[in-house]
Write a protein that binds this ligand. Structure first.
Ligand code: FES
Length: 166
């Protein structure tokens, strides 16, 4: 039995009904469910499968294929660090290792304050700004330790402001 709010259930059912083939909506449905649950939980996989007339295994295969669908809980900010060849050429040290050390996390883990998850990613298409990373859909390039520290600090500050304003 679904635990989704009725309005969200209706919205998703309409989205699926409007498609020529329900399966073509699988990524969109997963994004909506991920936003609702915070990540693509087992419950979300079951929900998507029921909505799309797919098996949970079929949804699982797609969920684990895409870098931007998360099967484990993630922090408020998900940092996708480019692991592409151009970014490597411009690394003095590893941006990925620097972030993991700075935040005290391993790949895919969540920092102790619940704010950050760091993941490696294929080329982000931002090569002319290498080395690059993407955080919650925003690109950051020409990275170095000082710039990374400033970005993390800004995100922490902005998130705190956001919470206070609520
Ligand atoms: S190789 Fe890093 S953005 Fe393309």
């Amino acid at each position: 039995m679904s635990t989704l709010p009725p309005e969200l259930q209706t919205e998703l059912a309409q989205q699926v009904a409007a498609a020529d083939h329900p399966r073509e909506q699988v990524i969109n449905i997963m994004y909506v469910l991920q936003k609702h649950y915070g990540y693509m939980s087992d419950e979300a996989v079951e929900e998507a499968a029921a909505l799309l007339d797919m098996t949970p295994l079929e949804v699982e295969e797609l969920a684990t294929f895409y870098d931007f669908i998360y099967r484990e809980a993630v922090g408020k900010f998900v940092i996708h660090v480019c692991d592409g060849v151009v970014c490597w050429m411009f690394h003095e040290g590893s941006v990925f290792d620097y972030l993991c050390e700075k935040l005290g996390v391993c790949a895919g883990g969540v920092s102790a304050d619940g704010m950050f998850t760091v993941l490696p990613s294929a080329c982000l298409g931002f090569c002319d700004h290498a080395p690059a990373m993407l955080i919650n859909g925003v690109f950051y390039g020409h990275l170095n330790p000082e710039k990374i520290d400033a970005i993390l600090e800004k995100l922490r500050r902005e998130y705190c402001d956001l919470v206070i304003c609520r």
